[in-house]
Design a protein around this ligand. Structure first.
Ligand SMILES: [Zn+2]
Length: 191
């Protein structure tokens, strides 16, 4: 494990809110980001049911607005961590996925796989609301096939966060898949 991660396990314990029997272990990981910022990842795991939760606390605030781009091409990339602040817009153009900035999804911390699973769930609900004769039905089925490939690491796609307020992060599994473009004077220059 890299030196920039410090791991603390089982310093506290509490009763599981889900099954009420298990004990939750709390594991905190302090993470030094390449730009010098720090954040704290807090994991809650129940020892008797499936309850688990990840939380993230930025320890320093980066207010640099910019566009973060992650190229995903294999299963390992799906584990790259994503932290989208309320001012961040998240997009996967290849899958027509757009999560608009907004307070409803404050401090949304997950990984690429978590985003795909959440999206798949929404698409399935939408598909079930359509009749089989609906002209959109086939399109949605094709999207689900692509999503399935993406979840297996068999589809190349781009995950992009545009954050005009700053505070969003991508922590790539492989640094070479990640790029950051600063936004100056709150305007994006299109190349
Ligand atoms: Zn439990």
């Amino acid at each position: 494990m890299a030196d920039n991660i410090r791991n603390n396990e089982n310093k506290f314990s509490l009763r599981c809110p889900d099954c009420a029997n298990g004990i939750i272990s709390i594991n905190t990981i302090e993470y030094d980001l390449p730009d010098g910022d720090k954040m704290l990842i807090v994991k809650f795991v129940c020892d008797s049911c499936n309850f688990h939760k990840n939380d993230i606390i930025p320890m320093t605030t980066r207010i640099e607005p910019g566009i973060m781009t992650l190229k995903v091409s294999n299963e390992n990339d799906l584990k790259s961590k994503i932290y989208r602040s309320p001012t961040g817009k998240l997009e996967i153009p290849e899958l027509e996925l757009i999560v608009e900035p907004g307070p409803r999804a404050d401090f949304y911390y997950t990984n690429v796989e978590g985003i795909l699973l959440r999206f798949e769930e929404a698409v399935l609900i939408y598909k079930n609301s359509l009749g089989k004769t609906d002209p959109e039905f086939k399109e949605i089925e094709e999207l689900l096939i692509d999503l399935n490939k993406a979840l297996k690491g068999e589809l190349n796609f781009t995950l992009q966060i545009t954050d005009m307020g700053g505070g969003s992060y991508i922590i790539p599994q492989d640094q070479s898949t990640y790029s950051f473009k600063k936004i100056d004077n709150l305007k994006i220059d299109h190349e």
